[in-house]
Ligand binder design. Structure first.
Ligand SMILES: [Zn+2]
Length: 59
């Protein structure tokens, strides 16, 4: 679980798409950042994942 105080309550947390290497990479990065208490890196990972998913996974 992510630590609640690291998250903006209204911030979207994009979900990694199964089988996608980029999503998996960003998801791991986000989990590591969260475990390290690095909230800005968590936000960065979310931004990058959203941007990637909009480009690669929009249907
Ligand atoms: Zn992806």
């Amino acid at each position: 679980m992510l630590t609640p105080h690291l998250r903006h309550p209204d911030e979207d947390q994009p979900t990694a798409v199964k089988g996608c290497a980029t999503c998996t990479h960003l998801d791991r990065f986000r989990q590591r950042a969260s475990a390290a208490g690095d909230g800005s890196a968590v936000s960065d990972a979310n931004v990058r994942m959203r941007r990637h998913q909009k480009a690669e996974h929009s249907s």
